[in-house]
Design a protein around this ligand. Sequence first.
Ligand code: PEP
Ligand code: MN
Length: 372
Amino acid sequence: MIVVLRPDATEADLEQVVAKITALGLTPHVSRGVRRTVVGCIGDEDRLREVPMLSFPAVETVLPVGKPYKLAAREFAAAETRVALHATDPTGAGLGRGGLPAVGDGAVHVIAGPCSVESRDVLLAAARAAREAGAVALRGGAFKPRTSPYAFRGLGREALTYLAEARQRMGLPVVTEVLDTRQVSLVAEAADVLQIGARNMQNFPLLSEVGDCGKPVLLKRGLSATLEEFLLAAEYILARGNRQVILCERGIRTFERALRFSLDTGAIPFLKRETHLPVLVDPSHAAGRRDLVGPIALAAVAAGADGLLVEIHPDPDRARSDGDQSLPLPAFAELMERVRAVAGALGRIVAAPRATPEPAPGAPAALGAPAS
Ligand code: PEP
Ligand code: MN
């Protein structure tokens, strides 16, 4: 149930409504928009029927939410959710003049980096290229979910130190996957955004744990998850009080085997209508092959995605994971140009990274080309 307050409702009115909802044994979730404040109520909604909420002069209307997800439902929020990627300033040099990028602010936000953090040099080369081409954040897996236990499963803690260095030197916030409840605090210390991979979308203890971590969460759609299941997975995180959730469509499993997965393009406008949460698209895992990443990425932008998550690599043929679908660095720069063109045609802009970070004291003024 959602209690919508009148535009002229005061803080005292809001407090009174919240107190009443709490007294009924329900949990209130306040969402403030520019024009209106709404209070979502979670719990036994029948209790609400016992009290005529409309008798409060500040209450305009009370609406039922006929969806299994509540906090994720569009009606539950008075405004679009915007998720700032910079949890803190990674350079320590103060906030950029342009302010913080926030996924969901209407601009196209591109996050790029290697599938996994394979070495310091590969990561720094990818991070530099990502930044130069206009990515606003760096991705890279330290802990990798692999179908085979014998495949490269990431450098673990060592990778987190490389991510921290790349974050500091390039001034890019870092997105990295957390696989296990036992790693959440470790990963949350190094990352600006915690990624929940497709294979863990319904790992409910993990969802609750990242709901408590205080950092934004990038939640990928499960390989065979319906959109309702996807939003209910987001609900687990939101229900812990973490409202900084970014959804990511990355392709689902269908009868079609020509591509690695089938990007569900229709999910993008559906989710944008159904929820207030921002929606990213990962064209890399959907395509499974380099030559199709660009067209799929452009289709996602045209369909209204809030941004992209793209795998790039300085030498994709030698990558230790997902090389087939990783763009070489020049191809990524070209893709960014085309993303700008498509976004521009739709009256949107592509978010830019913050001003070039100052080199740390004692650090070289510019990074040299890494050894391969
Ligand atoms: C990844 O982003 O590298 C990844 C493993 O993605 P997904 O969980 O979507 O397969
Ligand atoms: Mn990958």
